[in-house]
Design a protein around this ligand. Structure first.
Ligand code: GDP
Length: 205
């Protein structure tokens, strides 16, 4: 049965790894630099206006937010990285949260690694992807804000990403626009597939 994305509930905003959720339910995590459009992707996916907060003050969002989706999985909004003006203490806290999150026993079913489609990946985007590859975590690159590209820019950037991203030729890359809804159906299908695979595993046990 397809996952009902309308049935989304905010569960918890964790400020320290002590309160991270690890209850066996699969987790789909969203990662990306501040302002990449993460909240907008989540809101568009869930068809909610202000579920994840758009344009939240940078540096004020160092939490890990959990949403329960249809009782089937957690959608996890990881804190954005790469905001230059935050204090060292905040950056350290960010590091502890991210390390803590990825050090968990693996309930992580998929990581959506968000990258702004308009620019070459930042150093931190590349670090994130290297980390995911190194840890052998399943991930998908979501290119955000594609509506801001002209058709020609779009072709050029998509081709460039294949060169710029680690393992670029082999990566699953999904162009997305929170504005037009492009990519939403594909993302939804991916989540349905994930849920089916996981159910299949349970039944096969
Ligand atoms: P976050 O910090 O990663 O959660 O990013 P937000 O979702 O708050 O988005 C940052 C800014 O980019 C906001 O002004 C959004 O309105 C804008 N934005 C996000 N996604 C899109 C998109 O797909 N298209 C356009 N045109 N703007 C977007």
């Amino acid at each position: 049965m397809p996952v009902n994305l309308q049935k989304a509930e905010f569960v918890l905003s964790a400020v320290s790894p002590k309160t991270f959720i690890q209850d066996g339910r699969p987790q789909v995590a969203f990662a990306g630099r501040s302002n990449v459009g993460k909240s907008s992707v989540i809101n568009r996916l869930l068809n909610r206006k202000n579920f994840a907060r758009v344009g939240a003050a940078p540096g004020k969002t160092v939490h890990v937010n959990y949403f329960n989706i249809d009782g089937a999985f957690y959608l996890v909004d990881l804190p954005g990285y790469g905001y230059a003006k935050v204090s060292k203490a905040e950056r350290d806290r960010w590091g502890r949260l991210m390390e803590g999150y990825f050090a968990q026993d693996r309930d992580i079913a998929l990581v959506l690694s968000l990258v702004d489609s308009r620019h070459p990946p930042s150093r931190e985007d590349l670090q994130m992807l290297d980390f995911l590859i190194d840890q052998e975590l399943p991930f998908l690159v979501v290119l955000t804000k594609v509506d801001k590209l002209s058709p020609r820019e779009r072709r050029e950037r998509l081709a460039a990403f294949r060169q710029e991203l680690p393992m670029g030729e082999e990566l699953a890359i999904l162009p997305f626009s929170a504005q037009t809804g492009e990519g939403r159906e594909e993302l939804r299908a991916i989540l349905d597939q994930l849920e089916n695979d996981l159910l299949g595993e349970e039944e096969g046990e």
